[in-house]
Design a protein around this ligand. Sequence first.
Ligand SMILES: [Zn+2]
Length: 348
Amino acid sequence: MREIFRDLMGNEAIKHNLGAAIADGTSSHAYIIEGPRGSGKRTVATLAAAALSCENRQNAGSPLPCGHCPVCKRILHGQSADVITVSPHGKATIGVDEIREIKSGLYVVPNDSDMRVYIIEQADKMTVQAQNSFLISLEDPPSFVTFFLLTEDASALLETVRSRSTVLRTELFGPDELEEYLGTVPGADGIRKRDPEKFYNALRGARGSIGAAKEILFPSESGRKAKAAEEKAMEFAEYLFTAKTGDAISWVLREIPAKRGLAVAKELILYVAEATRDLTLLMKSSNAPAFLFTDRERSDRIISSVPPSYGAYVFENVAKAMDRLESNVSPRICYFDLVFSCEKNRAG
Ligand SMILES: [Zn+2]
């Protein structure tokens, strides 16, 4: 049997229904994906987008999506111009303007493949007017368009929107599924044998989330240190992006020691570069894979007020600071320079 959505853990019903429909070419043009936070709504929509567009989709011997063709790769890495994500970006609602923008580009022929997918995140944040103006597009889009409306609660959408869409539900892992999955994680099975209480506490505490379960089982010292550095870097990146110069300067005085601060400065700048990279990519596509800013509400809040080209400036300045730290400039001066160059770019 053909392997469908093989990278999707759990959510068997979706694999059967949505996956099979895409494989048969009988999928609908509008889906509502409803499910709790952390249950894989975005993953399902992205895999479906890849499956719909995959160059090997007609080949019954290939997994779907194949994951290797150029189209799959671009979509799975969040770099396809044919997968368009609309999200509230930290605002309270998705308004008529956002829907108008979708409608204005609806009939434009796709770029990379012969399909285009729109993913509307937190679709229940569409205003009533936005939903109403969306109805005709939802009901009768061009044949190469599929919509995925993601929401934690489909009943918050207008009945007219629901009736024009196929509703799918994503589920958190059940305890059995999570246990089965953890059995395949190196080290976790050993803990189950040595210290069953710890293992099963982690299972319960994780509430269906793989990430949470791993975090409880393996809170290593180096992991904790890295976490602290990540958090510091994300804080600093936030100050740079939101032009909070005063806060950024206080951060430097607090985190970079005046004497012998070079090692700390060099270590932190790597994390700052990652955080900056995340925000810069997320400004381009909310599908972009993020290393540090995995909490999209937080990143949306930061980037919502940032001018479009500013991310690249910050990134450039961070890269310069990395170079300068190699040439033994005073680490604090180096960071101050970074803060002021960003401020100058933002003002100019
Ligand atoms: Zn493919």
